[in-house]
Design a protein around this ligand. Structure first.
Ligand SMILES: CC(C)(COP(=O)(O)OP(=O)(O)OC[C@H]1O[C@@H](n2cnc3c(N)ncnc32)[C@H](O)[C@@H]1OP(=O)(O)O)[C@@H](O)C(=O)NCCC(=O)NCCS
Length: 157
């Protein structure tokens, strides 16, 4: 199976990300997450550490979206570390496509993620994709917002 996926009629491709995407991913993070944006070291880590599944969406050669999953085999759980789409490309199905493509490449029984309680677009996205809230981490984020922990069962064990 090809590592590349082209969205019909758009020219947008989903493909593996590499350390070559460092500068653009750092910018994407700053635009999409603002106060929660990762420092450069974390961006470098997500692009280079082993056991991380990392996919980007590219419009021609421009990075417009990104998802990464930390594959924690000991816990039999993949954690979505980040998911972001540039504002001008949002609300067109790209976040869903990145999530679905990532899920399809995860060979673990469950997938988890945390999201700011005030991040309604992301919460709607995860609910639409059958994620269910399983935990709350109190005052986890800067400013005191709770983190809602969502889970989805991918494969029965
Ligand atoms: C969350 C995010 C990745 C969604 O990307 P996207 O490409 O707009 O998502 P999609 O177009 O695939 O939308 C899928 C579903 O998400 C929900 N959704 C997306 N944007 C929404 C919004 N602004 N308001 C309410 N629901 C929204 C809807 O349920 C939507 O389904 P619908 O189109 O049938 O209504 C994007 O808003 C983003 O990058 N936000 C900033 C970074 C972030 O918060 N990431 C998540 C961290 S946990």
């Amino acid at each position: 199976m090809s590592e590349y996926k082209t969205l019909p009629g758009s020219g947008i491709q989903i493909m593996p990300a590499t350390w070559h995407d460092l500068r653009e991913l750092y910018q994407l993070e700053r635009i999409c997450f603002q106060v929660d944006a990762w420092p450069m070291l974390d961006v470098l880590g997500v692009l280079t550490l082993p056991q991380v599944l990392r996919l980007k969406a590219a419009d021609k050669n421009t990075l417009i979206g990104f998802i990464a999953a930390d594959l924690r085999r000991m816990q039999q759980t993949a954690w979505i570390a980040t998911l972001a789409v540039l504002p001008e490309y949002q609300k067109a199905g790209l976040g869903s496509t990145l999530l679905e493509t990532c899920e399809s490449q995860i060979n673990l029984p469950r997938i988890r993620l945390s999201v700011r309680q005030s991040n309604h677009p992301a919460i709607q996205l995860y609910k639409k994709h059958a994620y269910q809230q399983v935990d709350t981490w109190s005052a986890y984020y800067k400013g005191g917002d709770d983190a809602l922990v969502f889970e989805k069962t991918l494969h029965s064990t």
